[in-house]
Design a protein around this ligand. Sequence first.
Ligand SMILES: Nc1ncnc2c1ncn2[C@@H]1O[C@H](COP(=O)(O)OP(=O)(O)OP(=O)(O)O)[C@@H](O)[C@H]1O
Ligand SMILES: [Mg+2]
Length: 373
Amino acid sequence: MSSTPIFHRTILAENIAKRTLSPKGASGVFISAPRRTGKSTLINEDIIPFLKSQGAEVIYVDLWSDRSRDPGDLISEAVRDHLQKREGTLLQWARRGGLDKVNVAGIQLDIGKVGIGSGKTIAKALAELSDATKAMIVLVIDEAQHAITTDAGASALFALKAARDQLNGSNHYGFRLIATGSNRDKLSLLVQGKDQAFLSAVLLDLEPLGDDYLAWEIDQYDGEVKPSLDVLRAAFIAAGHKPESLRKALDDLAFRFDVTAENVDTVFQEVLNKIMVDAKQGFMREVNGLPPLQAAVLTVMAITGHDFAPFRTNTYEMYKDACARLTNAAVTIEDSSIQYALEALRTKSLVWKSSRGVYAIEDSQHATWLKEE
Ligand SMILES: Nc1ncnc2c1ncn2[C@@H]1O[C@H](COP(=O)(O)OP(=O)(O)OP(=O)(O)O)[C@@H](O)[C@H]1O
Ligand SMILES: [Mg+2]
């Protein structure tokens, strides 16, 4: 990752990883935590290394790595890339088993064609890998909620379910899925609906970074006078448990030359407050720059939360009220203009939409700010 130092959450990561590898993790493990609070870091820095140390074969894919790509393609590509990396092992395995090399190369070719929702091919490819390596395969999907924003992504999940059911059978070495997401409601859509691929998977809320992390940040801080753990904790909570905001506040503090042992905590609080106020103002400026109907739709989504029903009569009343507060001009509120506004908000990455038309605000911090207005 980057050169920023990392606070390792070894025990937490090991607990999650062990649970995942145990039979209890067989249906899948889904981890949710708000944006920018350390999901990917925990996965990449601590969970994956531990899984590998236990002999698991780990495939990682971040569905947000390229937002222009279809999530379904990203998943099959990750599987394919991994198989290609392990080609040597697959070939060795084939030779030991007296299998035809061409046959295996044939599988490689098949793998090259692993396409959208081609469940059998993904399942087959993973089964080959499992047999060749005699290892548990763990697929880690970061920002998995994006898988259900397209039909291809949703079919890729069903393909993985097929793979899971096959590999968890007695003839193979097991398959586990770890999925993360920045919104519990969205993630639960993947595990709760009757027709969802990962029904009955475990859905856990990642605990935020704690005092041990904060103490570590204080240690790293090289200013003359350090803020106390108490004030750091309060600031971290106010910042929604985001290390970046905390670090920015510490960086700014280092440039405040009026700091003394007596006032360091107060100054630190001021610095952080300013960061938070600036962040909110920046976002509100963005909202105020939106056409009134888009701003109104976003505000109503924030207020109604997961009960948001975009095309209901009473929701229309709420849009109307919100528009009236924003502009004196008449705003046309009808199905097509709402549809257009939702689509525009999605394109601006402010709103998330599942392929079945469930909408949610992308960043829960935005929802909090809109509700405060
Ligand atoms: N354990 C940690 N030690 C030090 N810094 C951390 C730690 N966890 C997260 N951070 C920092 O916080 C920021 C966000 O972390 P990360 O990208 O892991 O969060 P995320 O929840 O995956 O975010 P996103 O919602 O954008 O996917 C990064 O700058 C990262 O360096
Ligand atoms: Mg992430």
